[in-house]
Design a binder for this molecule. Structure first.
Ligand SMILES: [Zn+2]
Length: 359
């Protein structure tokens, strides 16, 4: 298996404020760790350079008015919401992030690599057609999927960021070519992602939201994979699997309350890779979304994800022992019971649309 990693040092130039959680160290520390592990000397890993997406690419998802607004404000600095400034120059870096996502998909389609991880920023899944939000400017995932829809009819988006990907959901809400499955902490920003949000029109049944109680750990995620994600993915039978790989569900993340470990991430990705081999010739792209534990998590979770994508032995994937005390108070046994109820609710609502959930 050859796994592509899309990265550009320009991704480090985007900064809202030095203390903003979505800051350049997120990628800088990961790159240091990957270098230290000698990842780029491995024959199964290929570093891929992104290109700058065109405004035409972005207009497949975003309105002309919003694109013009962002371009204009990015020249002098501006503001979208309390979490999302418009620093000078962000327009070009956001286009490079979009181009990174498209490049990842293109590298898989032209068989340069088997699968690819777009290690890009700024992230994208809260961005809506008419506005950025929640640290996001352009919806990298949605733009990549629109690009893929010119070639394929059925795309599975799996969004495991700790926050609900409200932007991505909205963009494909009426579309039965795109199955959007999100696992996210509830309650949490942006406050959407209830099981009853199932899509509408032709897209009814093609949005699946699985809310996770705070304290959900590796075993909880595996329950969701076993009981919902895997059976529904098999029934949908996608041509391509696209993952919004947010890493703010790690137990050291400062702005969320979930309890996934680096090993858990690697296992989640291993299962996704298996599914892609079974259903769509291994075609899979993961796009980095959130993840704000810059020292405690990102270097190890990113490594776990890449190792799983490249089919490596995952037994050595773990975060340093010194962090594990935090897991003891973050992981909540009560979360399993609540999650059980949530899973049953999702199954009940979606049994109308998916045969596999009727049993
Ligand atoms: Zn997030």
């Amino acid at each position: 298996m050859v796994t592509g990693i899309v990265y550009h040092k320009k991704y480090l130039e985007h900064e809202q404020t030095p203390t903003h959680p979505e800051r350049k160290e997120r990628l800088a520390y990961t790159m240091d760790q990957l270098m230290e592990e000698g990842i780029f000397e491995d024959r199964d890993i290929k570093l891929i350079e992104p290109f700058m997406a065109s405004e035409q690419d972005v207009l497949q998802v975003h309105t002309q008015e919003y694109v013009e607004f962002l371009k204009r404000e990015s020249k002098k600095g501006g503001f979208i919401d309390w979490d999302t400034n418009i620093p000078v120059g962000v327009f070009e870096i956001a286009l490079l992030a979009v181009g990174g996502a498209i490049k990842a998909a293109d590298s898989v389609l032209n068989a340069e690599v088997d699968n690819a991880f777009a290690m890009i920023r700024p992230p994208g899944h809260h961005a809506k057609p008419y506005t950025g939000a929640g640290f996001c400017y352009f919806n990298n995932m949605a733009i990549m999927v629109k690009w893929l829809l010119k070639k394929f009819d059925r795309i599975l988006i799996l969004d495991w960021d700790a926050h609900h990907g409200d932007g991505t959901q909205e963009i494909f809400y009426n579309d039965n070519r795109v199955l959007y499955i999100s696992t996210h902490q509830m309650p949490l920003y942006p406050g959407t992602g209830f099981p009853y949000e199932v899509g509408s029109g032709e897209g009814e049944g093609y949005t699946i939201n699985v809310p996770l109680p705070p304290g959900t750990s590796d075993d909880g995620y595996m329950m969701v994979v076993d009981e919902i994600i895997e059976p529904v993915a098999i029934e949908f039978d996608p041509d391509f699997i696209a993952i919004s790989a947010g890493q703010d569900n790690h137990f050291t993340d400062p702005i969320t309350g979930l309890a996934l470990t680096a090993r858990g991430y690697a296992e989640l990705m291993r299962r996704a890779v298996e599914l892609s081999k079974k259903l769509c010739k291994g075609r899979l792209v993961a796009i980095l979304e959130g993840g704000y534990s810059v020292e405690g998590a990102l270097p190890y979770t990113n490594l776990g994800i890449i190792a799983a994508m490249a089919g490596k032995d995952l037994s050595c994937i773990r975060e340093p022992k010194s962090y594990l005390d935090e897991l003891k108070w973050r992981k909540k046994d009560a979360a399993v019971k609540k999650l059980r109820d949530n899973i049953e609710e999702v199954k009940k609502i979606h049994s109308k649309y998916w045969k596999c959930l009727r049993k």
